[in-house]
Design a protein around this ligand. Structure first.
Ligand SMILES: [Zn+2]
Ligand SMILES: [Zn+2]
Length: 215
């Protein structure tokens, strides 16, 4: 890291031992407030939230490290759109290791078109940083979908419907899906649905950042 970033903070260019200087690291919007264990949105006392009770998603739990706010958004943008791959291990390291339990770990797949265009999958790069075996061929994205960020929240679910395929039976397995950002959760919900249909007993999202809906 030091070699890659020349000993200066990625955000402020001040002196840093790692990716960020101590001040910028302290600014990271780490999630500390009580969150719904299933969707990782704010929930009093950390209880299952009303939304998950009323309309349970296909995933069972979400582990998120940061709120998708400044400067987490800057770091994720730099990784994803400027190819700053050296940020991936840092972002992955922010996930709380003690909460990462799964039989099978995979990364959110990109369609082959998107992968060709970008040259890498940021979720795979983050997943590699977790230091455990990855099953990267488990699921594929079978068609290219418009970027979720280009769509209103209400259309995101339909946009990804039926977009994933799972290559083998997962009978009884606890599966973790690594991704960079969870926004509406529609894509993660769709992949969890696919994994459950393949027999997964439990699906957990491991995401670097969680977007909180506008109040
Ligand atoms: Zn700094
Ligand atoms: Zn919830």
């Amino acid at each position: 890291m030091r070699f890659l970033f020349g000993g200066s903070c990625f955000l402020c260019r001040g002196a840093a031992r790692g990716v960020l200087c101590a001040d910028c690291d302290a600014e990271l919007p780490r999630l500390a407030q009580p969150l719904c264990p299933r969707c990782a949105l704010a929930s009093p006392g950390g209880a299952l939230c009303g939304r998950c009770l009323a309309e349970p998603p296909h995933y069972d739990a979400t582990v998120a490290a940061l709120a998708y706010e400044f400067p987490a958004d800057v770091l994720i943008h730099a990784l994803k759109f400027r190819g700053e791959l050296a940020l991936a291990p840092f972002l992955g390291s922010l996930l709380p290791k003690e909460r990462l339990e799964a039989d099978v770990v995979m990364a959110m797949p990109l369609s082959s078109e998107r992968l060709r265009e970008r040259g890498f999958n940021q979720a795979v790069e983050i997943a590699r940083a977790l230091g455990r075996p990855l099953d990267l061929g488990l699921c594929t994205k079978t068609r290219s979908t418009p970027a979720q960020t280009d769509l209103p929240w209400s259309e995101r679910r339909r946009n990804v419907r039926g977009a994933f395929a799972c290559g083998r039976s997962l009978a009884g397995a606890a599966v973790a899906v690594v991704d960079d950002v969870m926004t509406t959760g529609a894509t993660l919900d769709e992949i969890a649905k696919t994994l459950k249909a393949a027999g997964a007993a439990r699906v957990t999202n491991w995401v670097v950042a969680r977007t909180f809906p506008p109040a």
